[in-house]
Structures are given as structure tokens and as C-alpha cells.
Design a binder for this molecule. Structure first.
Ligand code: SF4
Ligand code: SF4
Length: 400
């Protein structure tokens, strides 16, 4: 069962297809404030619908003209406006004027990008070498080679802005070994295009030649492409490229997953599973009205009966997960410590080295939800550490 190879190359699949024209967007809030629009407000394409208090987190905008039908804890719902009757002027706010990013530098540029919906954190991170990850992030996600060929101009536009912001003195494009791929002024480095080499930790090790290198950061190609779209148009980011069962679409942010799957010709039946993200690291969702987010790279429909269901079976200590873990930890043991809440033991066994590749779950013959268990363990440890640090701060304040 071990040593399956997960290829990450699919060739240039041609230009991205147009996604659906949704009757309703459900724009995921993901921590954004909702003060910028009120229920029943009429919005245009590109109208700000939610901002974020973090100065580096991009704001959210509507991708269609419509009415704010609802604002929930998770999303802003925009219902598309019906086309005006003949001779009637559409009663929607005008789309925003394009921002001339070429004239901006430094902080004003970063602030303008935030306003336009770009998350600038990955662009501004301190590093000596920035690796642009030109591999597809997971098996089944197929847009990378197309971005690097048919949409290269967009990546170059993003690169122009990235150069003005990134503190990196060197940029490297990590691409499949043997691929004739390049970006202007960026060194190319061939990497074996097999999962999990697309993960940041492994990509850095492959490009630098060392598992202990410092000063490297990785930028996903998807992020550079989004930046490029904003740089080309000067308009807010309202679309994402999503690989739907291996076919790539340009999709309005907030398009419900069921609408996108249907548009792509996939019918969801009882017992099927919808995965948002990649097949290895993504999350199953029962909410078919969940909106596509800016960073959603993939959408998959797993038909009932394709795989044995994942359930909380006991570990049978077969060792398959250990044989396949790229972090060289013992996932079975760590997962059992999480289950009995022995978080100190999890830490001793290296849970923080887990790259969340999902291979342990893939190989586990007991079909344990390994990735979810390990993520839960990390979350619990982070909560515990936050509590300890809050208590220490209170203690210090008390002493003062
Ligand atoms: S997800 Fe599993 S296999 Fe992957 S690094 Fe973490 S523990 Fe190892
Ligand atoms: S977690 Fe699964 S793969 Fe790992 S040892 Fe246990 S049964 Fe085997």
C-alpha cells in the first residue's frame, strides 16, 4: 500500500473556463467586519461589503450588482438584481474607478492592495529568498501549468507589484523538473512534481538543498495570480480560479459550491461528499450553499461508495502512517495522544512538525480521520498556550 506516487503535473489545460453567473453570492466573512453594508443595501460589482481590522488582510467586495439579502455570522449574501426593464436605467452604484497601482510604492501600495481585496501578509513576510510555488498544490488541482503558460502575463503583472513590496533579495520559481517555464527576472528551480513536494517545508528543502535552511518563504502561485488580476485591472478582487474535479474555472467569490458543481456538470446525490480545497488537505462540507473564498483552490465531489467512510475507528498499530509521514513523526501515536488529551505527549512526539499533508489519513487502513485529529490536537495546544501566556501577563500586571 505504501509508496504510491501522486503526480502534480497535468500539462497546460488551456484558458480557464468561465464560472456560473450566480443568482446569489454568499461571500465568506472569515473574520471580516460587516459594518460596510447593511441589509437591503444595493451594491454594484466591486462595492465593498466587508472590511478587516487587520491592515494586511484584504477587504471583501461583491462580484455582482445586487441587493444585500442577508448578513449572517459567516457570510454576506448578495442577491443578483434583475435586469432593468427596457428603457429603465439600472439602479445600482457605479463600479469603482480603477486604482493606478503603478504609481504607488511601499505603505500606500500595501494599503491600496488591502482596499482592493488582496491579503498582503504573504507578500510582506520577511525573507531572503521568496520561492514562488509553481507546482499544483495537491493531486487533482490542475491550474498551475496553465497559469504559467496561458496566463503568464497576469503572473508577470503580479510579479511587478510583488517586487515593490517583498523584502526578499532573491526570487525563485519552483516548477516541475524538466518544464520549460520561467518568469522574468526569476531563477527557475526544477522540483520533482510529486505530492507532497508542493508543501512549503518540503519545497524549501528541495530548492535550498537543506532541511535546515532559514531565510526562505513560499508564495503560492494562486496568490501571485490574484495579485496579478488586481494589478492588471486596478479593480477589487472578486474572482478566484478554482479547479473543479480537475477542470479550471474563474469563479465569482461567494458562488455557492452546489452552483459551481452543477455548472461544471456534476450532480450531487445523497451520500456524496463535497470537498472544498484539495483531496488531501481540504475539508468536507455538508453546507452546499457555502461560498467559494478567495483562496479556494479546488472543489471535489466524491461519489458515495468511492472510498470506505472515514470514522473514529481505533488505531490498529499497523505503522502505515509512520512509513508515509514526510515529517518523520509517528502519526498513529500522536493521534492517540490527542484522543486521550495528552497534549504534552503530543508535543514531545513532534505534533508541531506535522505539515498537514494528509498522507497518514490516505494510507490508514482503519480509515481514521488522522488529519482532523492532528489539527484538533494542534488547536488545543495553541489554546492552552494562549491561556498560559494570558495568565502570565495578568501575573506580571498584578506584580507591577
Ligand atoms: S498529516 Fe500525517 S503524514 Fe502528513 S505530516 Fe502530518 S502526521 Fe505526517
Ligand atoms: S493510525 Fe492508521 S495507519 Fe497509523 S498505525 Fe494506526 S491504523 Fe495504522
Amino acid at each position: 500500500m505504501s509508496n504510491a506516487k501522486f503526480s502534480l503535473t497535468y500539462g497546460d489545460k488551456g484558458s480557464f473556463l468561465d464560472g456560473p453567473v450566480p443568482a446569489e453570492l454568499r461571500i465568506p466573512l472569515a473574520g471580516h467586519e460587516t459594518k460596510t453594508v447593511k441589509k437591503k443595501a444595493v451594491v454594484g460589482a466591486g462595492t465593498l461589503v466587508a472590511d478587516h481590522k487587520n491592515a494586511k488582510t484584504g477587504n471583501l467586495h461583491s462580484g455582482i450588482p445586487g441587493t444585500v439579502a442577508d448578513i449572517t455570522a459567516d457570510c454576506v449574501v448578495v442577491a443578483a438584481l434583475e435586469a432593468p426593464a427596457e428603457g429603465e436605467a439600472p439602479a445600482v452604484p457605479a463600479s469603482p474607478a480603477p486604482v493606478n497601482l503603478a504609481s504607488l510604492q511601499g505603505e500606500p501600495l500595501a494599503a491600496a492592495l488591502k482596499e482592493l481585496g488582496v491579503d498582503t501578509r504573504p507578500l510582506l513576510k520577511k525573507c531572503d529568498t521568496l520561492i514562488i510555488n509553481g507546482l499544483n498544490p495537491e493531486p487533482g488541482i490542475t491550474f498551475a501549468e496553465t497559469m504559467l503558460s496561458a496566463h503568464k502575463a497576469t503572473l508577470e503583472a503580479g510579479l511587478g507589484v510583488l517586487r515593490k513590496l517583498s523584502p526578499a533579495s532573491k526570487m525563485v520559481l519552483a516548477c516541475p523538473e524538466g518544464a520549460q517555464t520561467s518568469l522574468s527576472g526569476v531563477t527557475s528551480a526544477g522540483v520533482k512534481a510529486e505530492y507532497p513536494n508542493s508543501l512549503d517545508e518540503l519545497l524549501i528543502a528541495k530548492v535550498s538543498g537543506s532541511e535546515k535552511s532559514s531565510g526562505y518563504r513560499v508564495l503560492p502561485l494562486h496568490t501571485l495570480y490574484n495579485l496579478g488580476r488586481v494589478a492588471e485591472t486596478g479593480l477589487p478582487l472578486t474572482e478566484a480560479v478554482v479547479s473543479v474535479q480537475g477542470v479550471n474555472y474563474t469563479v465569482k467569490i461567494g458562488t455557492p459550491v452546489s452552483v459551481l458543481l452543477q455548472h461544471a456538470g456534476h450532480q450531487i446525490a445523497d451520500g456524496d461528499m463535497v470537498i472544498v480545497g484539495g483531496p488531501m488537505r481540504g475539508s468536507a462540507t455538508a453546507n452546499l450553499m457555502l461560498g467559494i473564498g478567495k483562496d479556494t483552490a479546488g472543489l471535489f465531489l466524491i461519489k458515495q461508495g468511492t472510498f470506505a467512510p472515514v470514522t473514529n475507528h481505533q488505531c490498529i498499530s499497523c505503522g502505515e502512517c509512520v512509513l508515509n509521514c514526510p515529517a518523520r513523526i509517528m502519526p498513529g501515536l500522536v493521534s492517540r495522544y490527542v484522543e486521550v488529551r495528552q497534549y504534552d505527549h503530543c508535543t514531545k512526539e513532534g505534533i508541531q512538525h506535522c505539515m498537514e499533508c494528509g498522507l497518514c489519513a490516505y494510507y490508514c487502513p482503519a480509515r481514521r480521520p488522522m488529519l482532523q485529529i492532528i489539527r484538533l490536537g494542534k488547536h488545543q495546544i495553541a489554546l492552552k498556550e494562549a491561556q498560559v501566556s494570558a495568565c502570565s501577563l495578568q501575573g506580571e500586571e498584578g506584580v507591577a
